[in-house]
Design a protein around this ligand. Structure first.
Ligand code: SAM
Length: 286
């Protein structure tokens, strides 16, 4: 069968099945083979790998994954796409399709049963309306994951990769960088999709740390401190923490911790590195 990554083939499949694009599911299908080659390269997929694909659509990326991986599990929420996928992927014996909402799937159980509990690779052209819950869900659930290589909105990729002192730096940068090393592989313009999204896109690879990069005694507290400081970005860190309803530290307690860290009392959260947030959290967690 001809590859689905050509616009002509995609249109043919859409028409054959009279398929209606569902905006609510973030359906923008890839129609550029070069972008797909880049994704497969960046994900470093080999015949040893078990790959989880989120949202296969009509199976465009799934075909590439099936040719390169040992086994692919593709989880698709839209039931109207299931008969299409059964057709477009019929010649691949190493692909299975699950008609489910990815946010409700027990991925840890799947990794255990299908990959002997070894780290799996996640590859996807993500539905943009749930990018952050999907990625954070994968990290926070402590499912064994080697890497996540995904197409996301360009702006989100920039935020994930941003460092202290930049306008894109925020809670998402820190949350992602706590678990993984991000690397933007490519920027992808709207004309590589059908239909065209209104925003630019980018492929980002998140190589998960198999051992935590930083030591923090209370993860929950560290993330509360991070949220407190970016909730009120223009305020000093001391005020941000004092005003954050989930926390109960006095300005003096924060000032003392900052002094021990040799950081100015008037510092803003946006200037602190992940290591400094961890240090602050460890000092306050007593
Ligand atoms: N992978 C295909 C491609 O690159 O052409 C389609 C990508 S499209 C951006 C996103 C896909 O995710 C759609 O097929 C959509 O139906 C599916 N999707 C949306 N929400 C989902 C969810 N909660 N769980 C699983 N799949 C979902």
């Amino acid at each position: 069968m001809e590859k689905l990554s050509s616009p002509k083939k995609t249109i043919e499949v859409i028409q054959k099945y009279n398929f209606d694009f569902q905006k609510k599911f973030g359906q923008n299908f890839l129609i550029d083979g070069r972008v797909l080659d880049k994704i497969i390269d960046a994900a470093e997929i080999s015949k040893e790998d078990f790959v989880l694909e989120i949202g296969p659509g009509i199976g465009t990326m799934t075909q590439y994954l099936a040719e390169n991986a040992r086994e692919v599990l593709a989880v698709e929420i839209d039931k109207n796409l299931i008969p299409i996928l059964e057709d477009t992927l019929s010649e691949y014996e190493n692909v299975s399709i699950l008609n489910e909402d990815i946010l409700k799937v027990d991925i840890g159980k799947i990794a255990k049963e299908r990959n002997g509990g070894r780290p799996i690779k996640v590859v996807a052209n993500l539905p943009y309306y749930i990018t952050t819950p999907i990625i954070m869900g994968l990290f926070e659930s402590h499912v064994p994951i080697a890497s996540i290589t995904v197409m996301v909105q360009k702006e989100v990729a920039d935020r994930m990769q941003a460092g202290p002192g930049t306008k894109d730096y925020g809670a998402l940068s820190l949350a992602v960088q706590y678990y993984a090393k991000p690397y933007i592989v490519a920027n992808v313009p709207p004309n590589c999709f059908m239909p065209r999204p209104k925003v630019g896109s980018a492929v980002i690879r998140l190589a998960k740390y198999q051992q935590p990069k930083i030591e923090v005694s209370n993860e929950k507290l560290m993330f509360q401190l991070i949220r407190a400081s970016f909730n009120q970005r223009r305020k000093t860190l001391q005020n941000g923490i004092k005003n954050f309803s989930e926390l109960n530290f006095s300005k003096e307690q924060v000032a003392e911790a900052l002094e021990q860290m040799e950081v100015s009392a008037s510092v803003r959260g946006e200037a602190l590195t992940l290591e400094q947030f961890a240090h602050l959290s460890n000092l306050l967690d007593r």
